[in-house]
Design a binder for this molecule. Structure first.
Ligand code: ES4
Ligand code: ZN
Length: 327
C-alpha cells in the first residue's frame, strides 16, 4: 500500500534496540555449534516455540540463555552486522544500540571482546550500508550498584566507543534510585543517560529516572498514562519516549495492539518514537513495528508516519549537523 511504502521510505532512527535481542534462533544454533556450546533446545523450531512470554521476566530468562553462545569478538560482530543489514532494509539511517556487558563478563567474556566486535560491526555498517550508529552500555538493574560501578570501570578504557549508559532488565523491585550514584558518575564523564522506566513499573519510576538519574530519554514509559500529571510534564518537557509496540504486546503489557495506548500518547503531545526492542524475540524489526501500529490504529495516516519518523531523528543523540541533513 501507499502508506507501507512511505513507512519504509521515511528516514528513521532506531533508539531502543538491545543488540543481544537481535540474535535469531538460526544464528544462536550456528554460534552454539561454532563455539561448542550445548543448548537446552533440540532445534531451531523448538527454540522458537519457547518464545511464548507472559511478562518481562519470562522473556529475560530465554534472552539471557540465548546470549550464552556469544564468545568471540567475531560473534558479536556477526550478530550486530546482521542487525544492520535488516535495519538498512527497513529505512533506518541511524541506530543507537544497547548492549548488556554484564551478561557477558559474568560468563568470563572480556569487556574488550564485546566492545571490539560491536564497534567493528558499526564501522562496517557505516562503510557498506551508509548507516550511522552508536553504542549505549546498559547496566542490569537486577544486579547491584557496585556491580554497575565495576562494569563502568571495565568499560572506561573504551570510553570513546560508547556514547551513553542505560538501565535495563527486571524493572519491578529495582527502582532507578538504586543506581543514583553510578548515573551521577556517568553524567560527570559526559555520557548520555537513558533508562527503562514505566514498562511494567509504576509512573513513579519514570519520575525518579528523570529527577534522580537525570536521564534524557525514557525507554518504554508507556505506564505514564496512570498519572495524568506525569503525562502533562512529559509533554511540557518534550521528553522522548522510546516505545516498543510489538514488545509490549508480546510481554503482555497490553493484551493486543488495538489496546495499546500509543494513540493516546501521541494525542497528548508526547515525543513518541517507535522501536523494536528485541526484534528476534518479539516478531519483527522496526518496519514491522510501524506497520503493526498503522494496521491497528485506523486513525493514523501520513501525518502520524511523518511525525513518528521525525521524532526518532530529533530524539537521537546524533550531532546537530547530522540531524540537519535528515530533517
Ligand atoms: C529488555 Cl523488553 C526489555 N525490558 C527490560 N530489559 C530488557 N533487556 C532486553 N530487553
Ligand atoms: Zn528494552
Amino acid at each position: 500500500t501507499v502508506l507501507s511504502k512511505l513507512l519504509r521510505a521515511l528516514p528513521k532512527a532506531e533508539l531502543h534496540l538491545h543488540i543481544e535481542g537481535t540474535l535469531e534462533p538460526e544464528l544462536i544454533f550456528q554460534l552454539a555449534q561454532r563455539n561448542g556450546i550445548a543448548l537446552s533446545y533440540p532445534s531451531v523450531e523448538a527454540l522458537r516455540a519457547a518464545y511464548a512470554f507472559t511478562d518481562l521476566q519470562s522473556f529475560l530468562d530465554v534472552y539471557y540463555a540465548g546470549a550464552s553462545v556469544l564468545i568471540h569478538a567475531q560473534d558479536f560482530e556477526d550478530m550486530a552486522y546482521a542487525y544492520f543489514e535488516r535495519a538498512a532494509a527497513d529505512g533506518i539511517v541511524h541506530a543507537e544500540l544497547f548492549f548488556d556487558p554484564q551478561t557477558h563478563t559474568e560468563r568470563g567474556v572480556a569487556m574488550v571482546t564485546v566492545i571490539e566486535g560491536l564497534t567493528r560491526a558499526g564501522a562496517r555498517a557505516q562503510q557498506e550500508l551508509g548507516i550511522s550508529s552508536a553504542l549505549i552500555l546498559c547496566f542490569l538493574r537486577h544486579l547491584s550498584e557496585d556491580a554497575a560501578f565495576e562494569t563502568l570501570e571495565q568499560a572506561l578504557p573504551y570510553r570513546q566507543h560508547f556514547i551513553g549508559v542505560g538501565l535495563d532488565s527486571s524493572e519491578r523491585g529495582h527502582p532507578p534510585e538504586k543506581f543514583a550514584r553510578v548515573f551521577a558518575r556517568c553524567r560527570e564523564l559526559g555520557l548520555h543517560l537513558v533508562a527503562h522506566a514505566g514498562e511494567e513499573g509504576p509512573p513513579a519510576y519514570i519520575e525518579t529516572a528523570l529527577d534522580l538519574l537525570k536521564v534524557e530519554r525514557i525507554d518504554h514509559g508507556v505506564r505514564c498514562t496512570d498519572s495524568p500529571a506525569l503525562v502533562q510534564r512529559l509533554a511540557r518537557e518534550q521528553i522522548p519516549l522510546t516505545v516498543c509496540p510489538l514488545s509490549n504486546v508480546k510481554l503482555c503489557v497490553f493484551p493486543q495492539m488495538s489496546e495499546h495506548n500509543l494513540p493516546a500518547l501521541l494525542a497528548a503531545g508526547l515525543k513518541v518514537t517507535l522501536n523494536s526492542d528485541d526484534p528476534a524475540y518479539f516478531g519483527g524489526y522496526l518496519l514491522r513495528n510501524y506497520e503493526a501500529c498503522f494496521e491497528a490504529f485506523p486513525q493514523w495516516g501520513r501525518a502520524e508516519a511523518i511525525q513518528l519518523a521525525r521524532n526518532s531523528l530529533e530524539a537521537s543523540f546524533a550531532a546537530p549537523e547530522q540531524k540537519a541533513g535528515w530533517l
